[in-house]
Write a protein that binds this ligand. Structure first.
Ligand code: 5AD
Length: 311
């Protein structure tokens, strides 16, 4: 019987986001690098499976594999294959920039990957190259195509909207999503550097209002940070607004794990890490490993404290 993990703010932990490498083949202008510093240690596939297994035994149901760029790991298929055998998990998904996906979508599907999120901020090749530090948009499109053909469904696009850069592309992106049957996620910029944020932050609240008035249905995603999904005639669109949003934090159900095997309380928090990999390597017992996860859960607190959390 799976137990429930509930943090001190009453949030049940049902998902985990595990970064398996901090390496990337792009250098996107705004990238938050999952809030990670580079570190020397990397988990092996068996270690990744072990941490996932312990979390699953405590109630985690969904695993998202992220990076850096996870496809830079040649053992990604082995990682997914090991994770897919863990009892209790309902979904394994991947976040990728899509550049290397065309040749691996099928093999990833075959070992148990369910779906992918592909980061794509523009449909203009010249702008794509500039924003990503040299990426080739055609390769991403081939990656999307391969994901669709391999049934890694639904394929979602992660699109960060930047002021003065791609804010005028939203309609084109909706059309693109409609043509390929993708779910479009419009993401508000999360601050990495103050200067970038000041220059490029684009408030999506009026976009969200416009989507609400044209949607034929709006779905509230309780366990996904309370995000709303707008069902348009053309496509499904989600709006992700993590900053200054206490609702987002209040409904956060996820554990974050760094490539060097530590729990990180929050994307935006740089303290309170809990090391899992060192004890694992030193032969800690299942009870000790469970306790580490529980400590990590206890350290979670909502980053944006709205009125709701004032005491
Ligand atoms: N703000 C918002 N989203 C970001 N991402 C990366 N950096 C940022 C940022 N500063 C998103 C990308 C990618 C996902 C892993 O994180 O869209 O898809």
């Amino acid at each position: 019987m799976n137990k429930k993990l509930i943090d001190s703010f009453g949030r049940e932990i049902t998902s985990m986001r595990i970064s398996i490498t901090s390496r990337c083949n792009l250098t996107c202008l705004y990238c938050h690098r999952e809030g990670l510093e580079d570190s020397g240690r990397t988990m092996t596939p068996l270690e990744i499976a072990r941490i996932t297994e312990i979390c699953a035994s405590l109630g985690v149901k969904k695993v998202k594999i992220t990076g850096g760029e996870p496809l830079l790991r040649e053992d990604l298929e082995e990682i997914v294959s090991l994770i897919s055998k863990i009892p209790g998990l309902k979904e394994i998904s991947l976040v990728s920039n899509g550049l290397l996906l065309a040749s691996r979508a099928k093999s990833l599907k075959n070992v148990g990957l369910k779906r992918v999120n592909i980061s794509l901020d523009t449909l203009r090749s010249d702008l794509f190259r500039k924003l990503t530090g040299g990426g080739n948009l055609d390769d991403v499109i081939k990656g999307i195509d391969a994901a669709l053909k391999s049934n890694l469904l639904p394929v979602k696009l992660n699109t960060v909207i930047l002021k003065g850069i791609n804010e005028n592309e939203i309609e084109d992106l909706i059309k693109f999503a409609s043509r390929y049957g993708l779910i479009l996620q419009l993401i508000e910029l999360v601050e990495t550097e103050e200067s970038l944020y000041g220059k490029y932050f684009y408030d999506l609240s009026h976009i969200e209002d416009a989507l609400a008035s044209r949607a034929k249905e709006i779905i509230m995603r309780e366990k996904m940070h309370g995000r709303k999904k707008y069902i348009l005639d053309e496509a499904e669109v989600e709006v992700v607004r993590p900053l200054h949003n206490s609702e987002f934090c209040l409904r956060c159900t996820r554990l974050r794990i760094t490539p060097d095997g530590k729990f990180k309380p929050c994307l935006l928090q740089n303290d309170g890490y809990v090391d899992f990999l060192s004890p694992l390597r030193q032969g800690a017992s299942v009870e000790e490993l469970n306790k580490i996860v529980k400590t990590a859960v206890e350290r979670r607190k909502p980053y944006f404290m709205g009125v709701r959390f004032e005491r």
